[in-house]
Unconditional design. Sequence first.
Length: 85
Amino acid sequence: MHNLKSIRERLGLTQQALADGLGCTQGNIGHYEKGQTVSPEVARKLISLAASRGLELTFDHIYSDKPLPELAQPSTQEKEVDGDD
């Protein structure tokens, strides 16, 4: 069993958006979510895509029922603009 659907939902992506990010079809994603084995190449792309969106995954997250990490929160530090010189 793998967590592809949970990963996709955690990333807030549709099947089509995930397919676009991984370079496959929406149909492929549907098959993966129904149990078709995710190839190591696709898993590596998924790990990279997830990392770019703030979710640090490992192969264990994809291929097992290991609990998924939380999404990293975007930095809330905002620079204050000082208008007084």
